[in-house]
Design a protein around this ligand. Structure first.
Ligand SMILES: *Cc1c(COP(=O)(O)O)cnc(C)c1O
Length: 365
C-alpha cells in the first residue's frame, strides 16, 4: 500500500479481509462448464420480460409493484416492509441505522452467515459472539451475558451453514430478553424451504423483531440482488433515513414483481418441492460413503457434512469442475463441507465423483 493510502484508509479497515463469497473464491470460473453447488443458489434460471419504456426515469425508492405483492406473500402490511439490494444490504442498513461506529456492538451466534461480522467490521461496529451449542441450538446463558452490550442480535433460521431451524421457545426468550435493549434480527433467507417456521406473523407481538428475506435462494434470483426487511413501521421508517434514494433499479423491480405474481409463486413452490426431493435422495446416498458424517439439519437447500479427507475430496471435486463450499474454518465445523442441492443431473454428477474419490482412497489404502 502506498504511504498516502495507508495514511488515509479507515483504521478499522486496515486488517479487514473482504468476505470470501463463493463467487470470489472461484472468480473467473466458467459457469457453463462448471457445476456450481457452492453458493446456495437455485439451479433454475427462469424467464422474465423487460419493458424499457421508463428507463429514462429514476425509479421509485420503494416500488409498490414489488412492495405490495411481497407484503401479501409475507403476510405483513406494506408499512412493515423495505426492499433493498439483497438481504445483504438489509444487514448493512440495520447496522448503519442502529449502531454508532466506534461505540455500539452486534451479537452473532456462530457458526453462521459471514456477512453480519463483515458488515459490522466495515462500519467500525463491535462484535460479540455467543457460539451455538454442540447441537446448534442457542446458548441462552452466553446470549444473556450480552444483554445491555449490543444493539442488534443476528439469528439465522434456517441457519446457514448448519441447516438447523432455531427453536421457537428459544427465539421467543431472546426477543423477551432484549425487549428493551436490542432489535432481534431473524435472517429468513431460506424460509421458503421451512415455511411453517416463519416469524413474519409475529411482528405485532414483538416490537423489537426484524426479519430478513431474499429472492436469491428459493426464488432463484441471486443475480437480481433483491431482498426485504420486515419490521414494525418505526424500524422501517428509521432505515429509510439511511437507504440510498434509488436502491431498486427499474429492471429489478419489473423482474421481482413477475417473480411475485401468482405464476411466479407457483413456480417457486414447485422448484422448492423438487429440491426437497433431491435433498432426501442426496442425503441418503451421502450417508453411505465411508467416514462421512452428516452435520446439522436439512431445513434449507444445502447439506453439511464432515469428512476427515475433506481437503483431498474438495481438491478432487474442483479438479473435476464441481464446486462446493468449504466451511471448515467456522467454529465447531472442522472438516466440514457444504453442498448446495442442484438439479438431479448435477447432484448425480457430484455423487458419482464422490464415489470414485472414495473408491480411489480405498485402493490406495
Ligand atoms: C444468501 C444469504 C443472504 C444474502 O442474500 P442476498 O439477498 O443475496 O444478499 C443473507 N443471509 C443468509 C443467511 C444467506 O445465506
Amino acid at each position: 500500500m502506498s504511504n498516502l493510502i495507508d495514511k488515509l484508509i479507515c483504521e478499522n479497515l486496515k486488517a479487514l479481509q473482504p468476505y470470501e463469497s463463493a463467487r470470489r473464491i472461484f472468480a473467473g470460473g466458467d459457469s457453463d462448464s462448471e457445476t456450481w453447488l457452492n453458493a446456495n443458489e437455485s439451479p433454475f434460471a427462469n424467464d422474465f420480460n423487460i419493458d424499457t419504456e421508463h428507463f429514462n426515469r429514476y425509479p421509485d425508492c420503494q416500488p409498490t409493484s414489488v412492495l405490495l405483492p411481497y407484503a401479501k406473500y409475507a403476510r405483513v402490511h406494506a408499512n412493515q416492509l423495505l426492499v433493498s439490494r439483497g438481504a445483504d444490504e438489509g444487514i448493512e442498513l440495520l447496522i448503519r441505522t442502529f449502531c454508532t461506529p466506534g461505540k455500539d456492538s452486534i451479537l452473532i451466534c456462530p457458526p453462521t452467515y459471514g456477512m453480519y461480522a463483515i458488515s459490522a467490521e466495515t462500519c467500525n461496529v463491535g462484535i460479540e459472539r455467543a457460539p451455538l451449542q454442540a447441537d446448534f441450538s442457542l446458548d441462552m446463558s452466553a446470549i444473556s451475558a450480552c444483554q445491555g452490550k449490543v444493539n442488534l442480535v443476528f439469528i439465522c433460521s434456517p441457519n446457514n451453514p448448519t441447516g438447523t431451524t432455531i427453536d421457537k421457545a428459544q427465539l421467543k426468550q431472546v426477543l423477551e430478553l432484549f425487549a428493551d435493549s436490542a432489535l432481534v434480527v431473524v435472517d429468513e433467507a431460506y424460509i421458503e424451504f421451512d415455511a411453517a417456521n416463519t416469524w413474519s406473523t409475529e411482528l405485532a407481538a414483538y416490537p423489537n423483531l426484524v426479519i430478513l428475506r431474499t429472492l436469491s435462494k428459493a426464488f432463484a434470483l441471486a443475480g437480481l440482488r433483491c431482498g426485504f426487511t420486515l419490521a414494525n413501521s418505526d424500524v422501517i421508517q428509521s432505515i429509510m433515513k439511511v437507504i440510498a434514494p434509488y436502491p431498486v433499479p427499474e429492471p429489478v423491480a419489473q423482474i421481482a414483481s413477475q417473480a411475485l405474481s401468482h405464476n411466479g409463486l407457483k413456480k417457486m413452490i414447485e422448484q422448492v418441492e423438487y429440491l426437497h426431493q433431491q435433498k432426501q435422495s442426496v442425503k441418503q446416498q451421502l450417508s453411505q460413503f465411508p467416514e462421512l458424517e452428516l452435520v446439522g439439519d436439512d431445513k434449507a437447500n444445502f447439506i453439511l457434512f464432515r469428512h476427515p479427507q475433506k481437503q483431498a475430496l474438495m481438491d478432487f471435486l474442483v479438479a473435476n469442475s464441481v464446486l462446493i463450499r468449504d466451511q471448515s474454518k467456522q467454529v465447531s465445523l472442522d472438516n466440514c463441507l457444504r453442498i448446495t442441492l442442484g438439479t438431479q443431473q448435477q447432484n448425480e454428477k457430484l455423487l458419482a465423483l464422490m464415489a470414485s474419490f472414495f473408491k480411489q482412497q480405498e485402493i490406495s489404502a
